[in-house]
Design a protein around this ligand. Sequence first.
Ligand SMILES: [Zn+2]
Ligand SMILES: [Zn+2]
Length: 452
Amino acid sequence: MKTALVIDDDPIVLTVIARTLEDAGWRVLTADDGDKGVELAVAERPDVIVSDLLMPRFNGYQVCRAIRSNQTFLPQPRIVVISSSNYAADRTNSIEAGADDFLLKPIKPAELLHILELEGGTTFIRKTPAFSKGPTPPDTTYFRRAIGTPPSVRFWGVRGSIATPGDSTLKYGGNTTCIEVRADGELIVLDAGTGIRNLGRKLAGEFKDKPIEVSILISHTHWDHIQGFPFFIPAYSPHNQIRIKGYEGARVGLQSVLTSQMESPYFPVSMQQMPGYLKVEELKEMQFNIGKVKVTAAFMNHPGICVGYRLETSGGSIAFLPDNEPHSRLRMAPVTDSAQSYEVLAYAQKQDEKLIDFIRDCDVVIMDSQYDGVEYKSHIGWGHTCVDDAVALSSIARVKKLFLFHHDPDHDDAKIDSMQEWARELAAIHGSSLEVDAAREGVEVVLDRARA
Ligand SMILES: [Zn+2]
Ligand SMILES: [Zn+2]
């Protein structure tokens, strides 16, 4: 005679299931909480465990994990999780915790008995296959024709660190890093901070059911650069193709960082459940193409792995350096009593020269300018630039237009206005023809080399 263990804190459910199984010829054990259930399971080695999901003290996930991690429990029992909530995340989490099946309450006796008659395996997974995407993604010719002439840049999120909605940020906006570039038939998104949510809404409205194709370039995986992605509507349409590209993180790969921010404790839908054609690509080369757009990446001076991108389009060049701390400025900081050696400073200067080369003659540069000169002194080593350096580097590099970017969450509109004014004065002092604006949500720049 086969043995079943039923665990549920609801005495009625316990009685009904026990009776159903006994009538079908099973020997039945019962427990009214997860703790006792696991103890009983270890002692009695049932063939099947039917466990409720939400129980105080020791829930169904914990029951699954306790049984599955018990190396001496052989052969392992079949585990059926039962629950009154029917969210996809609860089902997949149960299976991940080690359940073979998931049944929604109220339990129909016939259904439970039918599942137990099946030959092992995971009937839940068999019943609801993953999204069946076709082998080839839908045709995006219409979309490609509709975008990209002349090339343009639009700001959807300009803030660093954390989103800052409210009265004091109405002018420049409170969303974190996200920029849309349309160029030569490509839609390229620079970073996926909270600004990407509104971009997604705009695209959904603009292209309706026409398949779209988006390349998202990630500078690095700090929250302010990836946190909006789960709210990017186009990723939820099975017609769309989304490629996320970036460099491997300091501790784990890009794919793993992006998927883990959508894991169940943080978000209700997993990345695997997104129905779009989604591909995460870890870049190895520092130069690559997205269609006709040539992209160059350069490592930035910022905690962890962080890059800046330079895009060459038919209308001009765009450089995006959202988070960076100039080497010389950092090394000159009086960290010790003794002055920095000449070698150290020369080395730092070389590193900054590389950055100047990277943005040289660029039409549009979007650069970290989080602090003013005074604030920087108390933020040395935080990985960000002060506005004075952003202007100096851009002037030396003969940049045409600089956007001050990655605004500090503590800076209100008035403060950013004053930083913009100071930056313009500085450019004039440098005798540079550099144009400077503080980046503002909603602003669009059209790149038209021919017209210029
Ligand atoms: Zn940042
Ligand atoms: Zn960062």
